[in-house]
Design a protein. Structure first.
Length: 274
């Protein structure tokens, strides 16, 4: 339980800021597609390791996710299909292939673990992997913050000044896949992206600066992981869905109480009379 608590908080600290950049790039559904795209590689790692081994499944998921990202970009640049259509096509194929691979050699319990995660099964090796990915993500974001933001808001300007926008775009996709791999054991392939997008949506309702959004998203994600795991432990709920539902509750409260929420719109503060 202690390892699970530390892992869930570390996952939130790394995934929250990545989710903010995904949301600002209007790539939220692409993140969802990427979370499913890692499944075939994770399934192959599952077969090779002979069970739920996060390093083997994580490496396989990383290779599969990056392959889908590169192939989708290649298709969108060489055909008439847009990037969202190519991502959708590849992620559906990956999801079906991953489920087929696990079902051929594993049991229904194994399939449920792959799809929905088993955070309470995290061992020390997996904990170091999750913590290392979170640390690497935060350090990388700190080092390339300015070009990532420029590529997010005005990629044309970055290309005009020779900023190698494509390289930063690929680096960003690499960080997305890496954090999905980190969230794989805790939340499974179906819900790993929830730790990115729900806290990012919460942050978008409360903050107006990018730094503020990143900080709020990281805090909301870490809190969701901690509180969701505590609730699941005491009430006997499944841990992954409880963590995501905790983040959803924060989102619902933010929709009502945030500065741009529903209550502020229904009951606006009166303007000062001049």
């Amino acid at each position: 339980m202690r390892r699970a608590l530390v892992a869930s908080m570390a996952l939130g600290l790394g995934s929250g800021p990545i989710g903010v950049l995904l949301m600002l790039r209007r790539m939220s559904l692409v993140g969802d597609a990427m979370s499913h795209a890692v499944l075939p590689g994770a399934a192959i790692g599952f077969l090779i390791a002979g069970g739920l081994s996060l390093p083997a499944m994580g490496l396989g998921g990383l290779v599969a996710g990056l392959s889908v990202a590169l192939l989708s970009g290649l298709v969108s640049r060489t055909t008439v299909l847009k990037e969202d259509a190519s991502f959708a096509s590849f992620y559906l194929t990956s999801l079906a292939l991953g489920v087929l691979i696990v079902s051929l050699r594993g049991s229904n319990i194994d399939l449920l673990h792959v799809l929905f995660g088993t955070i309470l099964a995290i061992d020390s090796q997996a904990l170091f992997l999750v913590g290392g990915i979170a640390s690497f993500t935060l350090a990388t974001l700190a080092l390339v913050y300015r070009p990532l933001v420029a590529e997010c808001f005005d990629p044309g300007f970055l290309r005009a000044v020779g900023g190698r926008g494509s390289a930063y775009h690929f680096l960003f996709l690499f960080l997305v896949v890496l954090n999905l791999v980190a969230g794989f054991q805790a939340l499974g392939t179906l819900m790993a992206v929830g730790m990115m997008m729900l806290p990012a949506a919460v942050a978008g309702l409360w903050a107006r600066s990018l730094a503020g959004m990143a900080a709020i998203a990281a805090a909301a994600a870490a809190f969701s992981g901690f509180a969701g795991l505590i609730v699941s432990f005491h009430f006997g709920f499944a841990s992954g869905p409880t963590i995501i539902l905790t983040a959803s509750l924060l989102y619902a409260v933010s929709l009502l109480l945030s500065p741009s929420g529903a209550l502020r719109r229904l009951f606006p503060r009166p303007h000062l009379a001049g």
